[in-house]
Structure formats: C-alpha cells, structure tokens
Design a protein around this ligand. Structure first.
Ligand code: ASP
Length: 464
C-alpha cells in the first residue's frame, strides 16, 4: 500500500491507509497501546488493540524514535477524545499491521518538547535529532518559505540570481578574514568573502543591472553570543538607482513578505519611518532603536530606516576609517568635500540601515561609480598609492570601463527569520549553526589538520 502523510488522514475517515515515520511517544495501557507517529507533516495518534496480535506484539517493543510503518483504518475520534492541539486531532489510526523499519538508541534528550531547557552544546552535538523537534522543523521550513518568497519576488522584477566565489580575496567589511591556504601557490591564501560586495559591483560594471544572491558571508570576529562565523544575507545590487529606489524596493518586499507569510503580524508604521543617525543617537543612544509602541506584543513589527550616517570616523591610529562601507558614495551635497578631502568629519554617506524591533536587519548604500571618488576615499583613509593599486586596483580599473550609477543592500536573513519566528537567537533558525564560540560540536570543527595536509600546504607551526 502506498504511504500517505499523517496530515492526510483527516480526510480519510473509514479508509485503510499506510503511514510511516518516527515514534514520538508510546503509552502502554496494558491492553491498549497508543503511539504518536511523527512524519514531516505532523503527528498522528495510533491505537493498537490486543486483537491485532502481531501489531500489538510489535507495538509493545517499539521505543521513541524508532522508524515504523503502520497500516490500519482511520477512525474519527469521539468528540470528547479529540485533541485540538494537533492538526490530526479529530482522527486516529486503528493499527492492523506494524512494521519496524529501524530501531533507535535512546536519544540523549527529549524530542517532543520545545527543547529550550536542554544544554545547547548537547543539542548541537546531536543536531540531527534536535532538528526532529517540531519547533525547529517549523523554523527551518519557514526559513525556506521566506527564501522562496524573496527569490520569486526578485526574479519577477527582473533580478538575476548569480553565485559569486567563496574562494576569494580579502574585502574590507570591517572584520577579519578567514584565510584558506593555497596548495598550488605556496604561501598564498584565498580569503572567504565577508560579503560579495566587490563581485556585485563588478556585475553592475558587467551590465547585468539587477543582481541578487542568497549569499553566505564569513567574518572572523571575536565571538559574541549571537554572531556566527558564517551567516546568510540577501545580497542585492541595482544599476541606475538612487537611495530611494533601493529603499522602496526592500520596503515593499518586506511588507509583502510579512503579509503573505505572517498574516497575524502587524507592521507598526507604513511607510517605514526614516530617522537620521544624529537624531536616533541623541534620542535613543543607539543606531538600532526598538521603536515598538508595545514591546510585549509578540506580533508587532516596528521597521525603520536609519540614514545620514557619517562617512568616516577616527580610527584607533588617529587617522580616518569608514563607518560602514568604503565603496559607498557620499551624499550628493557632500561630494565636493570628498573630492577636496575637506570637512571629512562632516561628510555624510548614502548608507541606509534597516532596523526592526531593536535589531539591525540590513544595510546598504549607493556606491562611488566614479573611480576618482573611490580613490579619494582610500586617500582619506591614509592608503598609499601603492596600497590602493595593490588592494583595489581591479575595482578602480573596472569603474573606468563605463560603470553605471549603482547601489544595493544586504538584509541579514538569519536575523530576519529569528525576529519573525520570535526566537531569541539566530542559532534557532540555522540548520547547523556553530556554538556562540564558533565551534561545531557535531562535526568537531575546527580540528587539527594531518601532518600530510600541512606538509602539502607547506605549513609548519612555530613555537610561540
Ligand atoms: N556589503 C554590505 C554588507 O555586507 C552590504 C551592502 O552595502 O550591500 O554589510
């Protein structure tokens, strides 16, 4: 008999069906044995009566997390026995045959709870079991639905999804790079991208005009509870645009996404309010204020744009460094200052950050599409001609081959899903996250390389 999903049983009262999945729970009442059977669609109650000899014998042996297939008749539950908490709560399956497909060791933690009280190290070591729990399965499926929505939305607006390299070269996004040694080119390294920033700008020079990618980014930052060494951005870039165009595209996308996938949620203010960096710093003391009128309402979403950031800030060494992105253009009214390298502290950037309920969920800017302007940024930061040529020569050269005005943004997907799902940290919405201190207890990474690997790479560790 063909296997059906447990969710389908609600329409099959009186019919003989076969379901398969994992035993979530077994309650042995002596004569009657109740099993909760879990598959990808949900949970179904199965009743095994003693008159079904073989099935009853098998059911008395099964344990949680065994994989079984059960055939039987779908019966409507008496009204007082219905369970409104599960989607199949109006029916149950009267088992006639029970086949054990795979036995399971006793799991290291319960799976039929939300899992919040279980030590995270253990959850991540057995992530493949942790992911069986309803809450995580829902998060992962919702994440996929959000990504699908975004893909469809942008593809329908003539954006092209393009993959950019993972083995790449250092891009200044303000963090440390992960380096990958090259075997063929001894003493040389690839860098994992902190973001596809340079590639997406080069795609604009390449005349693609509208690009997006669900992009993995890598940043080797000192561990902070809710940071991950690798995370996912919706990375996007468009040509012939100004700040307004990028902001209104993302705003419309977010509004439609919430309306489609989270109809129960309410966006506090539409269009999203726009606040200047100076104002929010003065009023809230942070550039990612939580603007919700009612912070206890789990369904309230307070989006806002933060604009008018200073372009440069004093670096530790006393010179200037960029606040967000060295490739950004200044606000048009401050271009003169940039070109003359004057009033540096007063130059504002075209950077726009989007915040939601006290989190920054993305940022972007209009870029310097004229090579002279980008050159000035690096000069202000104190780079020598040679450093500029070595590190950014390819960008400056590319911009000299007819670059359109362009700009983009990169909302962080992990954080967005986290907020929409009401989760306290991004690890709850990533299938295989690292711990807060950048380890993977399941794969046991990072881990030492073998001496052969190191030899091949020409790496020797000195005493230090
Ligand atoms: N590359 C930037 C970032 O990762 C986003 C952007 O400006 O598009 O923050």
């Amino acid at each position: 008999m063909e296997r059906i999903l447990v969710s389908e049983t609600v329409h099959k009262t009186g019919e003989k069906v076969r379901v398969a999945g994992w035993v979530a729970n077994r309650r042995d009442h002596g004569k009657l044995i109740f099993l909760d059977l879990r598959d990808r669609s949900g949970i179904l109650q199965v009743v095994v009566t003693p008159d079904q000899n073989a099935a009853h014998e098998a059911a008395s042996r099964v344990r949680p997390e065994w994989v079984v297939a059960i055939a039987g008749e779908v019966k409507e539950r008496p009204k007082n026995m219905q369970n409104p908490d599960i989607a199949t709560g109006t029916v149950e399956l009267a088992a006639e045959a029970l086949e054990v497909i795979a036995e399971a060791k006793t799991p290291p933690f319960p799976i039929d709870t939300d899992g919040r009280d279980i030590e995270e190290e253990l959850r991540l070591k057995y992530r493949y079991l942790d992911l069986r729990r309803e809450r995580l399965r829902k998060n992962i499926r919702k994440r996929a639905a959000i990504i699908k929505f975004i893909r469809d939305y942008l593809t329908a607006r003539d954006f092209v999804e393009i993959e950019t390299p993972i083995l790449s070269k250092s891009t200044p996004e303000g963090a440390r790079d992960y380096l990958v040694p090259s075997r063929i080119y001894r003493e040389n390294f690839y860098a994992l991208p902190q973001s596809p920033q340079q590639y997406k700008q080069l795609l604009m020079v390449a005349a693609l005009e509208r690009y997006f990618q669900i992009a993995r980014c890598f940043r080797d930052e000192d561990t902070r509870g809710d940071r991950q060494p690798e995370f996912t951005q919706l990375d996007l870039e468009m040509s012939f645009v100004e700040m307004e165009d990028v902001m209104s595209l993302i705003e419309a996308l977010f509004i439609e996404l919430v309306e489609m996938l989270y109809p129960e949620k309410k966006i506090q203010e539409k269009p999203f309010p726009r606040l200047s960096y100076a104002d929010v710093m003065e009023k809230y003391g942070t550039d990612r204020p939580d603007l919700r009128n009612d912070k206890d309402d789990p369904d309230l979403l307070a989006f806002a744009w933060i604009v008018d950031f200073p372009f440069f800030e004093k670096s530790d060494g006393g010179g200037w460094t960029f606040t967000h992105n060295p490739f950004s253009a200044p606000k048009p009214e401050h271009r003169e200052w940039l070109m003359a390298k004057s009033n540096v502290e007063k130059i504002l950037t075209t950077q726009y950050d989007i915040v939601l309920n006290g989190y920054e969920v993305g940022g972007g800017s209009i870029r310097n599409h004229q090579p002279e302007a980008l050159q000035r940024v690096f000069e202000i930061m104190g780079f020598s001609e040679e450093q500029i040529r070595e590190n950014f020569g390819h960008m400056l050269e590319a911009l000299s081959f007819g670059a359109p005005p362009h700009g983009g943004i990169a909302p962080g997907l992990d954080r967005l899903v986290m907020i929409l799902e009401g989760e306290p940290n991004i690890r709850e919405v990533i299938a295989f996250p690292k711990t807060g201190d950048a380890r993977d207890p399941m794969m046991d990474s990072p881990s030492p390389a073998t001496s052969e690997q190191l030899k091949e790479l020409g790496i020797r560790f000195g005493e230090s």
